[in-house]
Design a protein around this ligand. Structure first.
Ligand code: VTB
Length: 329
């Protein structure tokens, strides 16, 4: 195995440029809130993010994006984006939780991560098994090598509480029936979400407000890497394992250099160095306000984070010229 690249600190000035990207994507998506059209919402967010990325002083390579070349016109994996400058890798989900946006349900957001070249795990479009907790616990409290119940027991012990005081956040999917039953069987509580597991993982960083202690279950692999970036900035522990249960999926993984299909990835395997992350709310949710439109004014709410310093900013922006988003004033 080759040694991991020496983590290189990113220019923090890119952070504010990123806010403009996720803000613009969120506004474009918010126009489609509640209209039952995921695809239009997603395309609007992606083109808006792409256009604003052109203003950034980076030469970015899309590592996680909207799809593969040919299937999507913007932000496809491998695309070069940005206005030119520092070489960086970009992971973008211009509309995480497109279904939530289409149904105007809580928790959809525009997300973008910037990292040093080669430092983000490249994943195929498959599921990932995930376990995550927030900061403040001893090392290695959780692990995908043990059963979910054992992770809950270990977390309860680390917190000095009983398993009945632990709440696990899980995506509400038939595939999680066994997991949910197992968690409940040891007395822990399950909080279900319909989509949006990037935000789901972020909730573990603030159990007091979110009521969520641990994230468990299988969701998108790309969302797993985005969530890992968030925990790199906010603190916490996470492991992920790709679900490569067919030859096709293993083939896709191999093309990305993944030799061991059963590998368990730690936080630092998914995001190997410094990263910057921005997330702007599209619909109202427990983490972020959604975009607000009023006459002559658009308001956005963004989390902006930096791994190198651990800074977490909350940026509430008033855009007094809606025309810059292509909206009427
Ligand atoms: C989750 C969720 C995403 O995909 O990762 C989910 O966070 C997993 O896939 O918002 P399934 O829907 O197939 O279970 C999303 O819903 C995005 O598509």
């Amino acid at each position: 195995m080759t040694a991991a690249p020496v983590p290189q600190q990113l220019d923090r000035r890119h952070a504010l440029e990123m806010v403009r990207v996720t803000e613009r994507a969120a506004v474009a998506a918010a126009v489609w809130r509640g209209r039952g059209d995921e695809q239009s919402a997603e395309e609007a967010a992606t083109s808006a993010a792409y256009a604003e990325l052109g203003q950034m002083s980076v030469s970015g390579r899309v590592v996680i994006g909207a799809g593969v070349e040919g299937d999507v016109s913007h932000l496809y994996i491998g695309e070069t984006v940005g206005g030119g400058g520092d070489a960086v890798d970009i992971a973008a989900d211009a509309l995480e939780g497109a279904t939530l946006c289409a149904k105007n349900m809580p928790g959809s957001m525009a997300v973008m991560v910037l990292a040093a070249p080669g430092s983000l795990l490249q994943v195929p479009p498959v599921y990932m098994d995930k376990v995550a907790i927030g900061p403040g616990y001893p090392k290695d409290v959780i692990s995908l090598r043990v059963k979910p119940e054992d992770n809950i027991r270990a977390l309860a012990e680390a917190k000095g509480v009983s398993t009945s005081d632990i709440t696990a956040l899980v995506l509400d999917r038939p595939r999680h029936a066994g997991l949910i039953a197992a968690v409940r069987a040891i007395g822990a509580s399950v909080k279900l979400i319909t989509d949006g597991d990037v935000a789901g993982v972020i909730h573990t960083t603030n159990p007091r407000d979110s009521g969520v202690d641990i994230y468990l279950g299988t969701g998108g692999a790309a969302e797993g890497v985005l969530a890992a970036a968030a925990l790199r900035c906010m603190g916490g522990q996470m492991q992920g394992r790709l679900i490569l249960d067919t030859d096709d999926k293993r083939g896709l993984a191999r093309k990305l250099g993944i030799r061991d299909p059963g590998r368990i990835y730690d936080l630092s395997d998914m995001v190997a160095g410094d990263c910057l992350m921005a997330a702007t709310g599209v619909t109202d949710g427990p983490l972020l306000h959604g975009v607000r439109f009023s006459r002559g004014l658009v308001e956005t709410d963004t989390l902006l984070m930096r791994a190198a310093s651990g800074t977490v900013r909350r940026i509430s922006t008033r855009h007094s010229d809606p025309r810059k988003f292509g909206l009427e004033g």
